[in-house]
Design a protein around this ligand. Sequence first.
Ligand code: G3P
Length: 232
Amino acid sequence: MKFFVDTADLDQIRELAETGLVDGVTTNPSLVAKAGGSFLDLIAEICRMVHGPVSAEVTATDHATMLAEGRKLAKIAPNVAVKVPLTPDGLKTCKTLTNEGVMVNVTLCFSAGQALLAAKAGATFISPFVGRLDDVGSFGMALIADILEIYNHYPMIATEVLVASVRGPQQVIEAAKLGAHIATMPPSVVHQLYRHPLTEKGLETFLADWEKTGQRILDSGEAAALAAGKNG
Ligand code: G3P
């Protein structure tokens, strides 16, 4: 499963991109507002940091303006995925941009019917918001299962399910168990995926027992060279 990071914070994207685990980035107008600065410059910088798809959302609601905005965003970098909302005008724009070879991420998806429409519009990605469904007492992961069941019946559907509005590691695991293509998650969730108390405790014990041997893997010369940055 591909991991996308759901933020417009350059420092957090840079830190996670260095792990080699980041396959893309998703942003939305709220995340961009939170990050501050010029939207167009932000997307250009993110596209330089991460070579996978970077979602940049249009802010118009009518087809003609969405299309103009989408074409402008697509020109920023080859890895821009234009994000459009799941509305009639959004899907009309999706179809046009897709036909022009632009990646399109259809966002704010809350039903299987909407996901079917997005696939018919040629969406590259569909973003069902699982957390927001859970927030209102629905079951977000059931929607993911429904969408995947429908898409898997039709080999001509190339749309990838991009699980969004992820609130914690469990949703990432559930999405992976269902076979979702991508999960996009806040940086905090990536960090939570790393952590387990038994890993930390086990490492502490290993190092304490190793310390008792009085041995070192690197001799003093190698350690000094490393500290001086000479070990390539
Ligand atoms: O990419 C969509 C995501 O940012 C929405 O997440 O937490 O605002 O529901 P959230």
